[in-house]
Design a protein around this ligand. Structure first.
Ligand SMILES: C[S@@+](CC[C@H](N)C(=O)[O-])C[C@H]1O[C@@H](n2cnc3c(N)ncnc32)[C@H](O)[C@@H]1O
Length: 390
């Protein structure tokens, strides 16, 4: 294996690709190439570690092992056998293979994954009569096969579990915003990281936590254990240096005023716990308040929020929440910029504000828009004058 030019792929939510590409350029990646749902890039091993440690908007991070034409299962098997797997794992270690198959002679992803696994374990068995075993939950070597139009690309996954799992969410909450999308909203907003930021419908406070970590220059992967730490070619010196640098860069004192609110006591309890787990106690000000009764102590210059839009609660309740959000922005946030993620084209109009930009983003199964609003100086009659369009 050469250490000079490795090909990587970082996957992300649809709509976040450009933000991820910017993050990668900032980390020093070469040949950054934006695709649908991810970004390809090139760099050395250290860059891969750096990406795992610092990427906020990626969900997966993979290093390419090889690529080959594989029109049938034998060709796939031979391709995988042609790799010397002693470079990637020891016989005592475990592996797992996940496959995605599209427009190819082999149509079943599970079967393709099985052939990859067979080729690897057969190679070990023929050499030493022993073989690595499979562990789908926490493998030492998570592998990903993409088989598209009979082209097989095999990657090893540097992160294992999705990178959005930062470790600060105490429980799975209803309608959460995935951490990587929350970070993307903050990065998209071009927030200067110094001025007050507010999320008045904070739920579990994901947006505020991601914003605080961005302002503090806190690496999202600082406390994560990565599969690559167990790989035969792991460069522990490079990794220790990167961790030390990340610890040194962290400046919790640089976090500006961040205020959040929610009307739901359960959400507030989870928000408080998440904030604590994220090491941000006393750095994010939490209010248990309805929008119409929430008065941030400092005027926010950026508001980022994720109002309700799913099917769970009645439609009327959603409409009222969006109306109250519009009123809140006019009343409490003059001269600010607001970024509001909406999963329903009809709801934005209840804010009675005109969006200056709309950016498509996928949140789980829902096609959403990030709506940008420039909130002017409130004169009292603008609401009625403003276009009903969101
Ligand atoms: C989609 S959730 C936000 C999820 C959040 N982004 C997260 O990551 O957990 C919408 C939140 O808005 C809150 N909400 C709705 N209407 C509200 C209102 N009028 N005042 C305050 N909070 C409200 C709900 O309680 C809910 O927690």
């Amino acid at each position: 294996m050469t250490d000079t030019r490795l090909d990587y792929f970082a996957a992300c939510t649809l709509g976040v690709e450009e933000v991820l590409a910017d993050e990668l350029r900032g980390l020093g990646a070469d040949d950054v190439e934006v695709g649908r749902g991810g970004v390809r890039f090139v760099g050395d091993r250290r860059l891969g570690y750096r990406a795992g440690l610092w990427l906020r908007t990626a969900v997966r991070l993979q290093e390419r092992i090889g690529v080959a034409h594989a029109a049938d299962e034998d060709a796939l098997y031979d391709f995988v056998r042609s790799v010397d797997w002693r470079d990637y794992l020891t016989v005592e270690q475990t592996l797992a293979v996940d496959a995605s198959v599209r427009d190819s002679g082999m149509r079943h992803s599970k079967y393709a994954a099985l052939r990859v696994k067979d080729a690897i374990v057969d190679q070990f068995r023929e050499r030493s009569s022993r073989r690595p075993s499979v562990n789908v939950k926490k493998p030492d070597l998570p592998l990903k096969l993409f088989l598209q139009q009979d082209e097989a690309t095999l990657y090893r996954d540097l992160a294992g579990a999705s990178l959005h799992k930062r470790g600060y969410r105490p429980i799975q909450v209803k309608s959460p915003l995935n951490e990587s999308i929350a970070a993307a909203l903050v990065l998209m907003s071009e927030w200067d990281k110094n001025s007050p930021l507010c999320d008045p419908m904070c739920g579990s406070a994901t947006i505020a936590i991601e914003a605080a970590w961005i302002a503090a220059d806190r690496a999202p992967g600082l406390k994560r254990r990565f599969p690559f730490e167990r790989w035969p070619d792991f460069d522990s010196d490079a990794w220790s240096e990167l961790l030390n640098e990340a610890f040194k860069r962290m400046r919790m004192a640089d976090i500006p005023r961040i205020e959040v609110a929610d009307r739901h006591p359960g959400a507030i309890a989870i928000a408080r716990e998440s904030i604590q787990l994220a090491g941000l106690r006393d750095r994010i000000h939490v209010h248990h308040a309805r929008l119409d009764q929430f008065h941030p102590a400092e005027r926010p210059s950026i508001v980022i929020c994720n109002p309700p839009y799913g099917e769970r609660i009645g439609k009327r309740d959603h409409e009222l929440s969006w109306r109250d959000l519009g009123d809140f922005l006019r009343r409490e946030c003059p001269n600010s910029t607001a970024y509001v993620i909406s999963g329903h084209p009809e709801l934005g109009k209840f804010m009675r504000l005109k969006a200056s930009r709309k950016h498509p983003v996928r949140n789980g199964p829902i096609d959403c828009r990030v709506l940008r609003y420039e909130i002017g100086e409130w004169r009292g009659d603008d609401a009625e004058e403003a276009s009903a369009e969101s």
